[in-house]
Design a protein around this ligand. Structure first.
Ligand code: AMP
Ligand code: ZN
Length: 470
């Protein structure tokens, strides 16, 4: 499989360190507010990558963290704690806030048919692992302590900035507009590994004992500690949104490689943004939509998944209600096509299966997904298959096969038409064959009232019907 690697800025041949096993880590959510469809664009694309790898025969072990501690409002060390901010807003404790939004996140990914990670690890349950990693960094001389925190000294890590191609001097310039700076910090790009419960954090509610005093971990250290704990010192793929490249992931690399002296991540996989009116959809800008907002516009979760299949993970995607509604229409159309195929499959005795064509479709599909995840191309191959002259059962087999990657739950469509509707449709067909057209028509109307449409079809000189959802 070919995959773009943010580290080398090239599309490379992906092979895991220990084939067929793939060690896959994805940065999870910060659980202080409702997760929105911007996050979901990243998580759906991570899911597409994971499903593609499995489809191609790899065995994926997927670990994802939940940031339920100490993530400040800026990606660097500025601002207040997001969890404390969320608690203030809702009048709950920080622990309740984290639990509530974790549950909300998990419900959201389930509705979108995003596969659950093999290991889902909350930061608050891994404080010891983080402390141990900081101790190693301290022993190796990569840290320094101020009254307020323990910092990673970026000047000591020579390769700092390789992922985002930033020179340290540029980074220092960029960080000058910080709202808050610990006056004893040596360099603005240094980042906190451990915050002490003093000064602006004196009332911090989440805190633990440590060799550097009572306090809480910085954000970046959690991903390194948990990734190493569950996947070893080197992982095959580490995923996240592009906003994580310049700070979070640079810092993860620096602290991990300083500690282990080994490559931390072989492939960096970054998803581009979902935008609204040319701005990133984000919690802080308040321009975000949740699945509930979409439901109010009659857009179902799997239609949103379908919407995201239409653009490549490395391109920016603009969210509009028009495109969301079009995706809902297209998804409904797809569901109806499958209902139709299911019905035809039962009625038509199998004509000769064209194995050559089936193999061609499979080949083309595989080629698209293994070319840096060209899902939009795979989707168009999928539609040309549906419109082809293959037999209904051959089409259905391929549809279910390809949907292992798309994750649109197409095999569940089996049960979509209630028995009652099918009985009425059969009754109508018999009435039509008996030329009792008026009675047949009144049954058609009855069916329509119940939300289904009957369409007549002549196949091999015989009259059939198909049922569609309205
Ligand atoms: P956060 O909870 O802010 O750490 O975000 C969780 C994940 O969603 C991260 O990997 C972010 O990079 C990603 N993300 C946040 N906003 C967007 C967006 N508008 N489009 C795509 N991905 C996003
Ligand atoms: Zn992370």
């Amino acid at each position: 499989m070919k995959l773009y690697n943010t580290l080398t800025k090239k599309i490379e041949e992906f092979t895991p360190l220990n084939p067929p096993n793939v060690a896959f880590y994805s940065c999870g959510p910060t659980v202080y507010d409702y997760t929105h469809i911007g996050h979901m664009r990243t998580y759906i694309n991570n899911d597409l990558l994971k499903r593609t790898l499995k489809y191609l025969g790899f065995k994926v072990k997927h670990v994802m963290n939940i940031t339920d501690v100490g993530h400040l409002t800026g990606d660097d060390d500025r601002g207040e704690d997001k969890m404390e901010k969320g608690a203030k807003k809702t009048g709950k404790t920080v622990w309740e806030v984290a639990q509530f939004y974790t549950d909300f996140f998990l419900k959201t990914i389930k509705k979108l048919n995003i596969e659950y990670p093999d290991i889902l690890c909350p930061a608050t349950k891994h404080i010891n692992e983080m402390i141990n990693l900081i101790k190693i960094l301290e022993k190796k001389g990569f840290t320094y302590e101020t009254k307020e925190a323990v910092y990673f000294d970026v000047k000591k890590y020579k390769k700092y900035g390789a992922l985002s191609n930033q020179k340290l001097e540029e980074k220092i310039k960029g960080a000058r507009e910080e709202v808050y700076i610990d006056k004893d910090k040596k360099n603005p790009a240094d980042f906190a590994l451990w915050f002490k419960r003093v000064g602006r954090f004196a009332d911090h509610t989440m805190h633990w004992d440590s060799p550097w005093g009572d306090g809480f971990p910085g954000w970046h250290i959690e991903c390194s500690a948990m990734s190493m704990k569950y996947l070893g010192e080197t992982v095959d793929i580490h995923a996240g949104g592009v906003d994580h490249i310049p700070v979070h992931h640079e810092n993860e690399i620096a602290q991990s490689e300083a500690a282990t002296e080994k490559t931390f991540v072989r492939f960096w996989f970054h998803n581009n943004f979902l935008m609204v009116d040319n701005q990133k959809m984000s919690k802080s800008l308040g321009n975000f939509y949740t699945l509930d907002d979409l439901k109010k516009h009659n857009i179902e979760p799997l239609a949103i998944r379908y919407l995201f299949l239409q653009s490549h993970y490395r391109s920016i995607m603009n969210f509009t209600w028009q495109s969301a509604k079009a995706a809902q229409e297209a998804f409904k159309n797809l569901v109806n096509k499958i209902i139709e195929l299911k019905q035809e499959e039962k009625k038509l005795s199998l004509s000769k299966t064209d194995n050559k064509k089936i193999e061609d479709y499979k080949e083309k599909f595989k080629k698209a997904i293994s070319n840096d995840l060209q899902i939009p191309e795979a989707l168009s191959i999928f539609w040309s298959l549906i419109k082809s002259d293959l037999t209904p059962s051959a089409k259905l087999n391929l549809i279910y096969d390809f949907d292992q990657v798309f994750g649109l739950k197409l095999w569940e469509i089996n049960h979509l038409i209630p028995e009652e509707i099918i009985k009425l449709a059969n009754k109508r067909l018999i009435l039509r064959q008996q030329k009792k057209f008026a009675e047949a028509d009144s049954i058609r109307k009855e069916i329509k009232k119940k939300g289904y449409l009957i369409e007549d079809k002549i196949i091999n000189n015989t009259l059939f019907y198909t049922i569609k959802k309205i």
